[in-house]
Structure formats: C-alpha cells, structure tokens
Design a protein around this ligand. Structure first.
Ligand SMILES: NC(=O)c1ccc[n+]([C@@H]2O[C@H](COP(=O)([O-])OP(=O)(O)OC[C@H]3O[C@@H](n4cnc5c(N)ncnc54)[C@H](O)[C@@H]3O)[C@@H](O)[C@H]2O)c1
Length: 387
C-alpha cells in the first residue's frame, strides 16, 4: 500500500532516546509497507539551538525549536514525542494533550503516581492517541513469550523472576545531576533503579502475567554523597542504587525482582524467567533474539530446554525483516513500536501500553519504594486491564 497520510512528529529531547525514536520513524515505512501513514520529522526541540540544529541536520528534521511550548503551539505538528528526563514529562504531556496533539512518552511516564494521574486525565479527556515506550514488549522473543503464555502453553503460572543489572555508578567520583547524570538526581529522575530499570521489568511482567497486587521491598544507596554538577558541592544521594522486591500477582503467582547499578560486569542484563505448571520460559536481553522454552509435555527422552532462535518469518514481526537465521537488535524494538502506533492510529484503537497502562506500573514502583522505606508489605492498588 502506498503511504497516503503524514504524521508530523515534534520530538522533544535529542539524547539517547531521541536517536532511537528518530531511527524508528525513519525506518518504519521501508519495512512495514502496509502502513498508510508516514511519519514526517517536522521539528526537534532542545534547549541548545546549536545542538538541536546539529541533531536536525544529522537526522533530517525540517526545523528546530528551543522551547517545547512553542513546539506544541505549532499547527504543523500532529504528535509530540517526549524523550526528556522524567521530571519534564508531565508538563509537556499535559500541554500537548490539551492542544489536541497525539502524545508518545518515554518511560516512566512521570516521577511518581501523583504526577502521573493528571497526565492520564489530560490524555483521556482530550481523547488523543498515545503510547509509552516500554519497548521491550516488542523484542520479538518477548512478544513470542506473550503468545505462548496466552495460548496456555505454560498452564498455571507459579513464578515470575526478573533482573535488570548494570555497573556504571560504582565509582564514588561520579557526580550527580546535570545533563548527563540526571538519573542520579532524584529531583529529575524521581527514583533510581526502581523507576529507571525495574519499571521496564514491571511493565513486561504485568503484560505477560497480569497485575501485581502486593510487594515487599528493600533498597540501598551505596554511595551516600556525590558532587552535584549544578553546585559543585557534595550533596546527599537520594536515589535507590539497588532495589530488590518480591511480590504476589493477582493470578496467585509469586514474583522476585532485582535491579542494581552495582553488579560489576553487567551492562544491561535484563533477564526474565517464568515457571508454569506445563512449561517454563527464559529470556535475556544480552541474547535478544533467543527464547528458552522448556516443555514438560515433550517426550521424556528428549525433554529439555529448547533454544529458540526467534528469526523465522512466522514469529512476531519477523516477516517484515530478513531471512530465517538473521538477527534483529535493540533498535528494532523502537521500529516495532512506531509501526504498532501508526497501525493503531489508522485503526482508531489504543497502542499498548497506553498512559493508563503505564500509570499502573508507576503504582507498583511507588509501592516498592514505600515498602522499602517503611519496611512493610504494601498493596499496589493496581487495576490491570489486560494487554
Ligand atoms: N525505553 C527505554 O529503553 C529507555 C532507555 C533510556 C531512557 N529512557 C527514558 O527516556 C527519557 C530520556 O532519557 P535519555 O536516556 O534519552 O536521556 P538523555 O539525557 O540522553 O537525553 C535527554 C534529552 O532531553 C533534553 N532536555 C532536557 N530537558 C529539556 C527541556 N526542558 N526541553 C527540551 N529538551 C530537554 C536534553 O538536552 C537531552 O537532549 C527518560 O525518561 C528515560 O527514562 C527510556
């Protein structure tokens, strides 16, 4: 199908995620030719005009803005894509929705639940198309895991286990705050590994296994003070450097989650394992194209873990890419999310996770942090509405 409609994108933030999203917009129609809509890179917004212009030149955006309010006020922009630090998401998303723009927002939608609720209200009152970039759902092996679970191949699920391990903050000389290290500053980030990394694990977990009802957590801040780049002075570190929690899902299964930035040797080790009555599943971001599957129904002489290379054309998203045996990478998860967003807009349906779905993840994050602070079990208040 020839593309007939334009979706004019206004991107806010030209950092790491600004690049992954821009790549998604540029690639999507080459590989998803059935889409009737073509993203147009209309404008990128950043506070530094020089850097925004350099980014626009590299990624072929038509124009730049230095104030996101001016971007939202433009009538030649259909969708605002928020790729800025977490403390900026709420004002941008609310203003964009009130202006009738579609809103795509990086995760976590905001620093906490209190900040997220008015965002969901604004989005739903305006009735604008929206999505939140919990992109790991769209790694084909993870999407395949969802299909296998939904087909009932695991049977009743007993256990869900996930880790997200990194090692980049071990040095006590690393400052906090500023453009590069906003993740270490709770004012900008909201929390540490809980909102940054466990939010991904929680979104995938609830997508695969349903809502999380109650949690018990512990957190640690290993380095108590760091120089703040804004002041040059040592200030207390108030993010969680590490977080462990266990939980109970609504379906009765038990969950165990761990995240840290102090696991020497691990860079982005997101792993998950699900144990069901009939079968188990394992996935590892460092081996993104493989899904491990153990089926107790196999003939006992050959029963064991299947090492599935998720590259055949009948597997999720794979008919759009190369030939069986060839690999996809991290960037494809974002291309897939753009494709699904455009398809949802064309069909007039939601692109999950929506802001409302992402609010549920934020509720779990808040309950985890409260549990750790109060050393007590917390109910999450999650109202999980399916996929
Ligand atoms: N989906 C994922 O896997 C994933 C991965 C990394 C980050 N993220 C999320 O994406 C968001 C951005 O993270 P990042 O790693 O790209 O950060 P980054 O630091 O690389 O980029 C942030 C960008 O925002 C810009 N910015 C900051 N304040 C601004 C403002 N007021 N107006 C305009 N631009 C502003 C900065 O100049 C920079 O260009 C965060 O919410 C983060 O949690 C998601």
């Amino acid at each position: 199908m020839a593309t007939s409609k334009e979706l004019r994108i206004g991107l806010v933030g030209y950092g790491f995620m600004g690049r992954t999203h821009s790549n998604g917009y540029k690639r999507v129609n080459d590989f998803f030719p059935d889409l009737a809509t073509r993203p147009v890179l209309k404008a990128v917004c950043g506070r530094s005009e020089d850097k925004a212009k350099a980014f626009a030149g590299q990624w072929q955006y038509e124009s730049v803005e230095t104030d996101w309010k001016a971007l939202i006020a433009r009538d030649d922009i259909d969708a605002i894509d928020i790729c800025t630090p977490n403390d900026t998401h709420a004002p941008i998303a609310i203003a964009a929705a009130q202006a009738g723009k579609m809103v795509l927002c990086e995760k976590p939608i905001a620093r906490d639940q209190a900040e997220s609720v008015p965002m969901v209200d604004a989005i739903e009152t305006a009735g604008v198309a929206n999505t939140v970039w919990y992109n790991y759902r769209r790694a084909p092996a993870v999407t395949l895991a969802k299909k296998l679970i939904d087909e009932g191949r695991l049977g009743k699920i007993f256990h869900y286990r996930a880790n997200f391990l990194q090692d980049w903050t071990i040095s006590e000389d690393l400052p906090q705050g500023g453009a590069a290290l906003w993740r270490l500053d709770a004012k900008a980030a909201g929390s540490g590994v809980t909102g940054d990394l466990l939010a991904h694990c929680i979104d995938t977990a609830m997508w695969l296994n349903g809502g999380i009802d109650e949690v018990s957590a512990m957190t640690e801040t290993f380095i108590k003070e760091r120089v703040h780049t804004a002041t040059g002075e040592k200030q207390a570190v108030t993010i969680d450097d590490a977080c462990l929690f266990h939980c109970r899902f609504g379906n009765g299964s038990l969950g165990l989650f761990e995240s840290t930035r102090y696991a020497r040797g691990h860079k982005a080790l997101y792993t998950l394992e699900i144990n069901g009555e009939k079968a188990s599943i394992k996935w590892d971001l460092h081996d993104i194209n493989r899904l491990q599957f153990f089926d107790h129904g196999d003939d006992s002489l050959i029963r064991g873990w299947h090492d599935i290379h998720v590259s055949d054309g009948d597997m999720p998203y794979l008919d759009k890419w190369w030939v069986p045996g060839l690999c996809l990478g991290y960037e494809h998860t974002f291309v897939h999310q753009v494709a699904d967003f455009l398809a949802a807009v064309e069909a007039g349906g939601p692109c999950r996770p929506t802001f409302r779905d992402a609010l549920e993840t934020t509720k779990v994050c808040d309950a985890v942090l409260k549990s750790a602070a109060e050393k007590s079990w917390q109910t999450t208040g999650v109202d999980w509405q399916g996929s």
